[in-house]
Design a protein around this ligand. Sequence first.
Ligand code: SF4
Ligand code: SF4
Length: 247
Amino acid sequence: MKRLRIAIAGLTACSGCQLTLLNCEAELPQLLEKVEFHFFPMACSPAILQGAYDAALVEGCLSMPHEHELLLALRDTCRYLIAVGTCAAWGGVAALKNGEDRELLRQQVYGESRVAGETSAPRPLHAVVKVDAVICGCPPEKGELLTLIAGLLRGALPTPISYPVCTECRMRENLCLLTERSMLCLGPLTLGGCNARCPSLGVPCEGCRGPAAEDNLAEAMEIYLQKGYDSHAVGERLQRFCPGWKP
Ligand code: SF4
Ligand code: SF4
C-alpha cells in the first residue's frame, strides 16, 4: 500500500503543536509504516518541498514574508491543507498585540537590533489561503492529531466539532467552576475537544481552543455579570487566544 505523503510546517508559533505530534512516541513507529513525512523541518533534514503531498499540516500564524511564500507553495502542492493549533486557526497568542503599534513592540522586544527582520501583524492561515480543516488547541490533543492522520489515510477530513467545553465538562460530571466557585471559566464559549482538560483539574478554561459555534453568549454573559465579571474582563481573556473574539 502506498504511504501517505505528509508535509508538516511551522510558521510563527512556539512549535508546541509539532512537538505534540513528536510526543506520540508509542504511536509513531506504527504511523511511519503508513505515512511518509517528507517535509518536517523540526524533525528531519534537509527540509525541501518535493513533489505533491496528500496533506500539509501547518502550525502557526503568518507574520513574515517567507512564511507567506511557504504557505502558498504548500497550498499549491498539497491536496488538503490543515490548520493545526489555535495560532494557525485564529492567530493565537502571537496575535495578542495586534492592536498595538508594531514598531513600538519591536523596539520593546529587540531594541535597535533588526534581528527579527520584516514582520507584519500575525494573521491566521485562512486570511491568505483556503484551509480544508482545522484542529484547534494550544496545543491540540495528541488524540486529535492521530485521529486526523488516521482519517487522512482513508482520504477523509475530520468532522468539525461545534459544541463548547462545558458539554464535555458536564459529561465528566465535574463541579462547575463558574456557577459553583464563581471562577471566570470560559468553558461556555470555548470550542470543546479537549475533554474539559482544565476544569477537570479545578482550573478554569482559558479559552485556548477559540470560539465554539454552539456557544450561548447571551446566557453566559448573564452568568459572568451575576458573578461580578464585566464584559471587558471576559473580552480580555477571550482575546488572548483569538483577537477579535468579543463577548
Ligand atoms: S467548570 Fe467551566 S467548563 Fe465546566 S461546566 Fe462550568 S463553566 Fe463549563
Ligand atoms: S479547558 Fe479550555 S483552556 Fe483548557 S485545554 Fe480545554 S479549551 Fe484549552
